[in-house]
Design a protein around this ligand. Sequence first.
Ligand code: PSU
Length: 303
Amino acid sequence: MLETTSLILSDEVATAKAAGKPIVALETTIVTHGMPYPENIATALAVEDIVRAAGAVPATIAIMDGKIRVGLTAEELERLAGLKNVMKLSRADLAFALSTGRPGATTVAATMIAADLAGIRVFATGGIGGVHRGAETSFDVSADLHELARTPVAVVCAGAKALLDIPKTLEVLETLGVPVVTYGQDELPAFWSRQSGLPSPLRLDAAGEIAAFIAKRDELGLAGGVLVANPVPAADEIPADEMRAYIEQAIIDAERDKIRAKSVTPYVLGRILELTAGRSLVTNIALVKNNARLAAEIAAALA
Ligand code: PSU
């Protein structure tokens, strides 16, 4: 582990590290920018319990009081969710939050950086950022993709969020040398839906196989992480045919309201929540829990 004065591990995480127990990193942008209150807190705590029940230790990451906190108490999570002006942090501004003392939630990119500093290899989230629709003119490509290319953390997600341009997201991941492994099916999942219409570049059917793949990449000294795409359980999905109209409407609304850069994803997620009358949130919660379970199994197989 890289010890820095900016990094603080909770007692639970520090004890797990010392004992060589499996640890799963969890992000906080989903709490502050991805889900409404109080479902955000309830989900974050439930996800931690799922990780524990699967035999691993959760490490929820955020920037508070000028420190990277790896492992938060329920009270600290509540405090973070209740703060105004919490920054949505990525690689570019993580250190800014530390130097200015501003509170910050970590995106996939910033959570990977913090997890790597803390020596944590596996991270569960909902969906990664990617290439936005219209990126050929806006150039809006999430820093999550470049982080996956350079930081050795396996990210378990339910695919790229379907509001993105998924074919272009896959192309960029391929160019960057990031392996995309779908768990248990041939087709890449699309966050709220099990189907994306696109074949997954790679497929594995067991956590142990995913751990073995990660270990082989380490042996070869390959930089970067692995993206694991875990389809939302069938009982919880919103089929892709049905999601399409909601997503298109939400994107039209975002353009009308001139939403740009970091605000696009939170805005579109919020609009889709309204358009689906809350169903998208139920699906989002289910897929995050499902990802936490698989991440804990992968972490246990690696440990
Ligand atoms: N997963 C969810 N909801 C979210 C996110 C992930 O279920 O809100 C967050 C992650 O932190 C991811 C971010 O890094 O959305 C992507 O933001 P952008 O598209 O602006 O890069």
